[in-house]
Ligand binder design. Sequence first.
Ligand SMILES: NC(=O)C[C@H](N)C(=O)O
Length: 483
Amino acid sequence: MHQLTLAEIARSLAAKEFSAEELTRTLLARIHQLDPQLNSFISITDEPAIEQARAADARRAAGEQGALLGAPIAHKDLFCTEGVLTSCGSKILDGFKAPYDATVVARLKDAGAVSLGKLNMDEFAMGSSNESSHYGAVKNPWALDRVPGGSSGGSAAAVAARLVPAATGTDTGGSIRQPAAFTNLTGIKPTYGRVSRWGMIAYASSLDQGGPLARTAEDCALMLGAIAGFDPKDSTSVDQPVDDYLAGLNQPLTGLRIGLPKEYFGAGLDSRIADAVLAVVEELKKLGASVKEISLPNMQHAIPAYYVIAPAEASSNLSRFDGVRFGYRCENPQNLEDLYKRSRAEGFGAEVKRRIMVGTYALSAGYYDAYYLKAQKIRRLIKNDFVSAFNDVDVILGPTTPNPAWKLGEKNNDPVAQYLEDIYTITANLAGLPGLSMPAGFVDGLPVGVQLLAPYFQESRLLNVAHQYQQATDWHKQAPAGF
Ligand SMILES: NC(=O)C[C@H](N)C(=O)O
């Protein structure tokens, strides 16, 4: 049963080949057996999961038919889940049980999906390796001595290891797409505003966006269809109809215009990944696409701009963790200031502190114009580059990451080396565009991802291209040995 995709599970549940409860029990047993090797779950919610599965079985017996009714999923531990630990991978939220469900969580619950638990992540989603979690690093099921990517590393490892068919993630600078690439999954970061951020613990509010990680584009379509849409509780959510993502999957690719940015193929890119990208282009050409070189001239400024804007927003967002309202509080505070200082000093990890300090500095009087304002101007230039590129092409294609998954510990002493790995993903966040990563082969036995970007609200196009590619190839069907 653990081999099945969400779409296959939907068909099996409808055909009564097994019940949601049987499926849930099978996967929970598998998680308990195999996850100690990976550390992908922070909480395994056995009892509520079985209750939700029974409820789904009852709804189906009463005639309901939704595609996600009884489908097992799990959530990144920054989505608030009522009555369940929501830690954001941080000691400062250890013990915090959310009093309500995030909109994403509530929508999946309403659709009848069964949550098996909460998934490990980089602390406050800050990282690209899932090593900054208070709950320990997550291992990549493709090579247990390597990182699964981050910050949605637990989501990626759990889905890749077939512990759960799909999971939620969030993407501020690549946190869905990069771990998807490192673990042979498909992951989509929707357009900013497409998925409600209500109940998602904020990192950088102008960049954060939730989305699915799954094994196929079809499963991403299923899950995105359930979570996308306007939410009056999120003022940045956009009131625009949600496309029928499943219906869009089968469009032929004849006439599709692909743009290949020349800046993507410069120094820093592993040449074997470049070859994998070009092989995808050849395959898409066979399916009717044409290719054109394009330019994104301001891309070189993206990392410095992101690593000013994201920390600036984080320094503001994380000021709410003060030892008073949520989670961790230091022992024996001497006075209020001591309570704030020590709760934060003891509760936050090194990377989070680094970003709070960088962000506070960038926003401070005297430096605001030099750093924050300049970064915002670069952000606009990057957006303009995309807008003009999309005058000539329908999608932009390139590598998701410059290198495959690195060894655990390898980049821990050099944060900038880790930041540089986000080069291909962060521009979509700065511009607010949708982006998808899909499996495209292997380098030394490690998965390689290819990224597709499309104009605003064209998630359907991304899923369509990825689905057609997956009909013609079988990279996405490869499973890691031992799982
Ligand atoms: N949150 C993300 O999207 C990951 C990115 N590497 C960051 O650390 O900000």
